[in-house]
Design a protein around this ligand. Structure first.
Ligand SMILES: Cc1cc2nc3c(=O)[nH]c(=O)nc-3n(C[C@H](O)[C@H](O)[C@H](O)COP(=O)(O)OP(=O)(O)OC[C@H]3O[C@@H](n4cnc5c(N)ncnc54)[C@H](O)[C@@H]3O)c2cc1C
Length: 398
């Protein structure tokens, strides 16, 4: 066991949330340490990382982390023909998730944060006016780190906070598997400039499949579905292979296989703070289950927490009581509604009746909506454009 070390804020987890918080705090003159068991943040890039343009601009993400741009949607439903929508201009980017983490880490370090890779926070306890955390590093070596505030930014694992209490509502969980494929340029062009989704029970019961473009010659092929303890669900790899076959992507070289969970409570009522421990990003359910996306929401939680934590460090710890309500406001009422819709929509997609509802929805969207409006629906959760009364029918609530 090495000597006791000290910092103002210890952040467990070098995901988008932990790294952005580290940068913002370091810019505020705070001593910050980020630890993560990953040795190389470019590795273990589990996320598909599709983002709308607004988020790319808001977080000032540079070109080097944007593997491809997209300006349209291609939705394959239960029927034969896909539906397509295209805008004149870019609507967003597919990020290289490893590059994003690498860039965020460089930014945080340039601002003065320290990064300790290959280390995990194992446990912690309150000590004096802060916390003592036990870290485990290479070869099982242990280190005790003292800090005034400790942040759980370990994503859906919630390694320090643990799962939410029953009163906060159960965790809804989705699991995704994705392959990074190398394909010839003409085949890549077929899928370029758009986000393509495969919807309906014949593609992925209770979930969806996707093809996203990366840099020229590379595609991400994935499947994701919500967990339903009342049904037996086919293995995700089997569904992925089925997708690969139907989309004629069998000849492609698989460069990387990855995947992971996304787990959130629908109402986000879990405690965001326990003493000097604070939760950030997916660890406090910022991951959205409708589109299986959460990078921008996780980073939003860092922007909300940073100024409050700086005030707490300046002697006003009571300010942190504002964290959970401010984050709720920042995510907006549509966030919770979209979570409820996600549960109903995806879990209901396992039968011909569910497929018929979906086909009707796709036909309606094709007739009345532009690519921009589809983005507003799927990324801004602007369901009210459909009339809130019609919505439950549209998305299968009734
Ligand atoms: C298959 C899949 C596809 C997805 N696609 C998209 C998408 O297209 N768009 C989108 O916006 N989002 C997508 N997401 C969700 C998105 O990746 C997450 O919402 C986002 O990464 C959450 O960021 P975070 O910083 O909260 O946590 P994470 O990115 O999960 O980071 C947590 C970090 O904590 C580290 N850690 C774990 N345990 C410890 C410990 N004990 N001590 C220290 N560190 C620890 C981990 O190594 C990890 O680096 C997808 C997720 C999955 C699984």
């Amino acid at each position: 066991m090495s000597d006791l070390q000290a910092c103002d804020v210890l952040i467990a987890g070098a995901g988008p949330a932990g790294l952005l918080l580290a940068r913002l705090l370091a810019q505020g003159g705070v001593s910050v340490l980020v630890v993560d068991p990953l040795w190389d943040l470019r590795h273990g890039a589990f996320s598909s990382a599709a983002l709308p343009l607004e988020a790319v601009r808001h977080f000032q993400l540079p070109e080097q982390v944007q593997a491809a741009h997209w300006q349209g949607w291609e939705l394959h439903g239960p029927g034969e023909e896909p539906y397509r929508w295209f805008a004149e201009q870019s609507l967003g980017a597919v990020l290289d998730f490893g590059e994003l983490r690498h860039w965020l880490a460089a930014q945080a370090q340039a601002a003065g944060a320290r990064l300790q890779l290959g280390w995990a926070v194992r446990q912690w306890q309150a000590s004096g006016c802060g916390a003592s955390a036990s870290l485990r590093g290479p070869g099982g070596v242990e280190q005790i780190q003292h800090c005034r505030w400790l942040v759980d930014a370990t994503g859906q694992r919630r390694a320090l906070l643990g799962d939410p209490p029953a009163a906060a509502g159960s965790l809804v969980s989705g699991e995704g598997v994705e392959w990074l494929l190398q394909v010839p340029t003409p085949q890549w062009q077929r899928w370029a400039h758009r986000l393509s989704f495969m919807l309906g029970s014949s593609w992925v019961p209770q979930g969806y499949g996707w093809v996203f473009p990366m840099q020229c010659g590379q595609l991400k092929l994935g499947v994701c579905r919500l967990h339903d303890g009342r049904r037996s669900q086919p293995p995700l790899h089997q569904l992925l292979r089925g997708l690969q076959q139907r989309l004629e992507l069998e000849g492609a070289t698989v460069l990387d296989r990855h995947g992971g969970l996304i787990r959130s409570t629908i109402r986000r009522r879990e405690p965001h703070q326990r003493g000097v421990l604070l939760g950030l990003g997916d660890a406090v359910s910022t991951g959205n289950l409708l589109g299986g996306e959460g990078i921008r929401h996780a980073m939003a939680s860092s922007e909300v927490l940073a100024p409050l934590l700086l005030e707490a460090l300046a002697g006003r710890p009571g300010r942190l009581r504002r964290y959970a309500p401010r984050l709720k406001r920042r995510l907006g009422w549509r966030w919770s509604l979209s979570g409820r819709l996600a549960r109903r929509t995806w879990l209901g997609l396992h039968s011909p009746a569910g497929d018929q509802r979906l086909e009707r929805l796709l036909v309606g969207l094709q007739q009345n909506r532009s690519a921009e409006e589809l983005s507003a629906l799927l990324f801004d959760y602007r369901f009210e454009r459909y009339g809130l009364k019609a919505l439950p029918y549209l998305l299968g609530w009734r």
